[in-house]
Design a protein. Structure first.
Length: 660
């Protein structure tokens, strides 16, 4: 791309004379390049999207709602991600690389640590997936989990800053490790043990236990396309200048950047926990004497105008379980939809500017004012920053319009395989309803049930009748279709197995399509001199992610506390780490970070929250965290197997040599 841009922006001959290329010529150079890049992103997205769509259509047998909008949103995600990654490569990466090389030569060790911390914070806030967490707040109710609701809604800035602070601390430790070349295990053991103790402590508190899944999922959100390349390039630049470490010294920082945000989120939760009410029922919450300080935390400074506050404490004539306007048959019209889209684009643009510009200004000012160096290829870097802002804007818009809607829709309807569910997004309002048309029938238990026939064109549809759904004053009947269970009776085992099988193949196939894993596989094959083949690593990691996704889905469906998954799993990981070779430890722990890309994160989070909403589960988080544990386990086991095979091979060779 840099060569193409050199031609597009300016080419110089031997006499330093400028050769300008026209607009059509520039397009002929750039268009094929971007066409190739868009196709690369399409390949990483299309499989997982197609899998979700086909599963809902042919297994759950439910049509996709707003299919055209979702398709448009997915295209926006692909286009936005293409421009964003290209902008990252052209704009931010060159700045990170040159600073990493110049840093140890210009400033002392304290300055290196301060810069590392600020870089980690800035890079995390620029991550595309970080904005997904804020959209999750809409599915959590304040009485079910006040602390979780606060961190995902009014307190989302505190959540983001705590995650970013955790990454900043991780980058400091990563650079410290690069400087002195000690093993990753020396940082892993105390960090993981501390995390396990804090998680166990949180499990005994009503509020804190509901943020454990969010905290552990936050570790997966941080290791995206911005943080990983920037912090790794910084660390490698420092290590090249200061000390000639082993090739595997480049590993480990991704692992630390996944662990310390977990601790930071749990700590911020413990800070705000005493200031918020405990979980309770909706009825009790309505009668709860909420203080002004609690109201400001939960609903903002202007809390009296917050819709939930007004409905709950000002007027009880409405409840939060009422259907929104779009489900009540009122058409807001095309203009309101256009305005909604424009608002989403505006919000996406503001998020992109807030994420990219501060990080860019920080890097540029540090390079120019502290390191006394100039910005390399200023025109290219500037164009890269514009690409990154444009791409992140379109990506954020596409997440709202496409991936979040699709993931939530599939997740919301997954339980229909083992349980009957209401399809609220298919609610119909039948006008001019006459109660005299209601008939009665006997069910299998000999109980009477009411129903009526609805004629549509030339066919008749049987619709169950429920008296509470008849609005007598408006003469309208509200019909919410019931779907499932698809595989036998209520809560049948076959239905559960279908959902768990879906979860396994979702994690497995999404990992195979992850571009970052392919890049890691190539690096691993080179650094292990072919001992750990690229294809073997990809399959091992994909298998681990599949098992982890299955376990995470089980956690959400059965409402298993996060502590029962985290503690045993990480104790096993620590044991395997203690008996593994350093080269496999670094590879295994970093492999978990590359499995959670900007496509996987929003889809999996939305899907988990969709399932939780349908089943009434308060905490729908944890699937990403589980999907990050088991790749480490599978790679460590594979490393032990490879090491054992290597020792057996050496013994056989020695035996053959002795016989000769």
């Amino acid at each position: 791309m840099r060569k193409v841009l050199h031609l597009v922006l300016m080419a110089r001959n031997e006499k330093e004379e400028s050769i300008h290329i026209g607009f059509r010529g520039a397009l002929s150079l750039i268009f094929p390049y971007f066409q190739k890049k868009i196709w690369e992103q399409t390949k990483s997205v299309v499989w997982i999207v197609l899998y979700l769509v086909l599963f809902q259509l042919f297994v759950l047998r439910i049509p996709i709602k707003e299919a055209a909008l979702i398709s448009f949103g997915i295209f926006a995600v692909i286009l936005g991600l293409t421009f964003f990654l290209e902008g990252l490569f052209l704009g931010l990466m060159p700045l990170g690389e040159i600073i990493g090389l110049r840093l140890p030569q210009k400033i002392g060790i304290i300055g290196v640590f301060i810069f590392s911390f600020l870089l980690g914070v800035g890079a995390t806030l620029a991550e595309p997936a970080i904005s997904v967490l804020k959209a999750c707040g809409k599915s959590v109710l304040p009485w079910d989990a006040p602390l979780l609701y606060f961190l995902l809604d009014e307190g989302s800035d505190y959540l983001f800053l705590s995650i970013a602070t955790g990454v900043g601390l991780a980058v400091i430790l990563g650079v410290f490790r690069f400087l002195y070349g000690f093993s990753l295990s020396k940082l892993l053991f105390p960090t993981v043990i501390l995390l396990l103790f804090v998680t166990i402590y949180a499990s005994f508190d009503e509020n804190l236990q509901y943020i454990s899944g969010l905290a552990w999922d936050s570790g997966a959100v941080t290791t995206g396309p911005v943080t990983v390349p920037l912090v790794v390039s910084l660390g490698l630049g420092v290590s090249k200048v200061v000390k000639d470490n082993e090739a595997t010294s480049g590993y480990g920082v991704v692992t630390l950047a996944s662990l310390y945000p977990i601790l930071a989120v749990l700590c911020i939760g413990m800070y705000f926990n005493p200031q918020l009410p405990k979980p309770m029922t909706e009825k009790k919450f309505q009668s709860y004497s909420i203080s002004e300080s609690e109201s400001k935390l939960l609903f903002g400074a202007n809390f009296k105008n917050h819709p939930i506050y007004k409905r709950t404490f000002v007027s009880n004539t409405q409840t939060l379980n009422e259907k929104p306007n779009d489900l009540q048959g009122s058409d807001s019209g095309t203009n309101s939809k256009i305005l909604n889209f424009l608002d989403q684009i505006k919000e996406g643009f503001l998020l992109a500017v807030r994420a990219i510009l501060p990080l860019t200004l920080f890097l540029v000012l540090f390079l120019v004012l502290i390191l006394k160096d100039r910005v390399p290829s200023f025109a290219e870097v500037s164009l890269g920053i514009l690409f990154a802002i444009f791409g992140l804007t379109i990506f954020n818009f596409g997440i709202f319009l496409g991936l979040n809607k699709l993931g939530n829709q599939v997740g919301y309807k997954l339980p229909s395989s083992f349980r009957s569910i209401e399809l609220n997004d298919s609610t119909r309002f039948i006008p001019n309803f006459n109660p005299k048309s209601v008939l009665k029938a006997l069910n299998e238990e000999g109980e009477e049930e009411e129903f009526f026939y609805l004629k549509e064109r030339k066919s008749y549809t049987v619709i169950p009748y429920q008296k509470e759904n008849y609005q007598k004053d408006k003469n309208i009947y509200e019909y919410v279709p019931i779907h499932g269970p698809l595989f036998g009776k209520e809560d049948n085992l076959l239905g559960y197995f279908v959902v768990l099988g879906f979860a396994f193949f979702l994690g497995f196939s999404a990992t195979l399509a992850e571009p970052a894993l392919s890049a890691l596989g190539t690096t691993v094959e080179d650094t292990t001199v072919g001992t750990f083949k690229k294809s073997k690593l990809i399959q091992t990691v994909a298998l681990g992610v599949g098992v982890g996704t299955l376990l995470g889905m089980t956690k959400v469906i059965l409402e298993i506390p996060m502590v029962w998954i985290i503690v045993p799993s990480y104790l096993v990981l620590l044991f395997l780490t203690s008996i593994s070779k350093p080269e496999f430890i670094d590879i295994a722990w970093d492999s978990a970070g590359v499995t959670t890309g900007p496509i996987t994160v929003p889809l999996v989070i939305a899907m988990g929250l969709g399932i939780g909403t349908q089943l009434g589960t308060v905490d729908g988080f944890g699937i990403l965290a589980s999907a990050s544990i088991f790749p480490i386990l599978s790679v460590l086991l594979m490393g032990l197997w490879i090491e054992k095979s290597r020792r057996l091979s050496l013994k056989e060779n020695e035996h053959v040599t002795v016989q000769k």
